[in-house]
Each structure stands twice: as structure tokens, then as C-alpha cells.
Design a protein around this ligand. Structure first.
Ligand code: CTP
Ligand code: CA
Length: 220
């Protein structure tokens, strides 16, 4: 489909997204990360833009180009992503958290490269902030959308997560089906129930998700 013919579901709305993995330094040359190409988040940023929104994309380390007309802010670590999001969250109507944020980071990254010794090192971890849950708990939160990448029991895990984070919409996907691929199978979970989307290319799925968000925004 050509972008020009997309309906302007989000005209005048400001959308903030996170996408990609985060990278949590262990030392200057090593780190902990998550598997995420960023493709779903970038597709959503593009679909929001096509739908007429003003789009800011806070991006972890990925090899993708900035979508046309989108403001991109680079944030490598969960803490950097957290700061960038909280700087913009109050000025947005919709927040879509697609990033695969590392749940933990090394407590004290080494200043210099850790040298190999006789025995393997132990790396102490500390918990990262839950960016989505924090934005959802703001006094006047934007319309918050989460992603749940699960490897099993998608329905239960995604709906439990939606309620725990206090958000109106969560997009569930089975990682085996979409990891690193250009296609995915997604199911939307909202207060009305579950809505499976037809398996397809990430950009087409992204346009479905945007249309669904627009419908829920209208009902508010
Ligand atoms: N998320 C976030 N900040 C974090 C962790 C997750 O903003 N520190 C967001 C993700 O971008 C996603 C949603 O929360 O939209 C769900 O992420 P997920 O990792 O599936 O959920 P967790 O609550 O971390 O639970 P778990 O990893 O145990 O499944
Ligand atoms: Ca997690």
C-alpha cells in the first residue's frame, strides 16, 4: 500500500514510541542486551506518521534508518531510554512501548576492560526502571500501549501484563513466530477482549494496530 492513501487516523496526535533492544554495559567492550531488531517499533513509528501523527521515536541500538518525518532520539541503555521518555511523556497523547528493555543492568560497570583470570567473574545486577509502568502511572497519562513478547501461554501472560501495568492495550506476539522476521502474528488485548490480527508483514500489522488505537482513543 502507498502511504499517501492511508487514512489519517491520528491527525493532530503526538505519539511517543520506544523501539529496539537496550544495551547494558558490563565494561567498555561488553554488555547485556536483548534480541530485538527494532523492526516492529520502526514500522509502528512509520504507520503513526502515515496516520498524521507527530512522532518521536526513542530508539535503542539498531541498524535501521530513521523513518521519514519521524524525530529519532538515540538511547542505548534502559536508563538513557527512561530519561528520554520521561522528558517527552507529558507532551504526548499516545505512548507505545515496543522496546525490548533489559530488565536488569550490571550494578557497577567496570571502567576498564575486565581481563581474563583463573575463574569466571560474577556480575552483580540491579533492576532497571519499568518505563511503561511509570508512564502509565503519571497523573495524566497518555494512552499507553505495551508489547508482550512471550515464548508460551501468550493469552494469559499478555492479559496479566496489561492489567499489572495498568494500560488499556497490549500487543502480544509469540517470539518464535516473529523474531528477526519481516512477518509476525499479533493478538491485541484490551478491555473488550482479544483481537487476533491476520499474520502479515510488520508494516501492515503496524497499520492495523494504529487503526485499533485510533478506535480506542475515540471511545475515551
Ligand atoms: N517495558 C518497559 N520498561 C522495562 C521493561 C518493559 O517499558 N524496564 C515495556 C516493554 O517495552 C513492553 C512491556 O513493557 O511494552 C512489556 O515488556 P516485557 O518484558 O514483556 O514485560 P515485563 O514486565 O518486563 O515482564 P517479563 O520480562 O517478566 O515477561
Ligand atoms: Ca522484561
Amino acid at each position: 500500500t502507498i502511504a499517501f492513501f492511508q487514512p489519517k487516523h491520528l491527525a493532530g496526535k503526538r505519539v511517543l514510541l520506544t523501539a529496539g533492544p537496550t544495551f547494558e554495559a558490563i565494561d567498555p567492550v561488553r554488555g547485556i542486551t536483548n534480541r530485538s531488531s527494532g523492526r516492529m517499533g520502526y514500522a509502528l513509528a512509520r504507520a503513526c506518521r502515515e496516520a498524521g501523527a507527530e512522532v518521536t521515536l526513542v530508539s535503542g541500538p539498531v541498524t535501521l534508518a530513521r523513518p521519514h518525518g519521524v524525530v529519532r532520539i538515540d538511547a542505548d541503555s534502559a536508563l538513557a531510554m527512561h530519561e528520554a521518555v520521561l522528558n517527552h511523556a507529558a507532551q504526548c497523547d499516545v505512548f507505545i512501548a515496543v522496546a525490548a528493555v533489559a530488565d536488569y543492568r550490571p550494578q557497577a560497570p567496570a571502567e576498564h576492560k575486565i581481563k581474563k583470570k583463573g575463574s569466571p567473574p560474577t556480575i552483580a545486577l540491579t533492576e532497571n526502571p519499568d518505563i511503561l509502568a511509570e508512564v502509565a502511572a503519571l497523573p495524566q497519562p497518555p494512552f499507553c500501549v505495551g508489547f508482550a513478547a512471550e515464548s508460551q501461554a501468550l493469552g494469559e501472560n499478555a492479559e496479566v501484563k496489561r492489567q499489572r501495568k495498568g494500560i488499556p492495550l497490549i500487543v502480544g506476539n509469540l517470539v518464535q513466530e516473529s523474531m528477526g522476521s519481516d512477518a509476525a502474528t499479533l493478538t491485541l488485548f484490551d478491555e473488550h477482549g482479544r483481537h487476533p490480527l491476520p499474520t502479515g508483514a510488520k508494516i501492515d500489522l503496524a497499520r492495523h494496530v494504529v487503526a485499533h488505537i485510533a478506535t480506542l482513543l475515540e471511545d475515551r
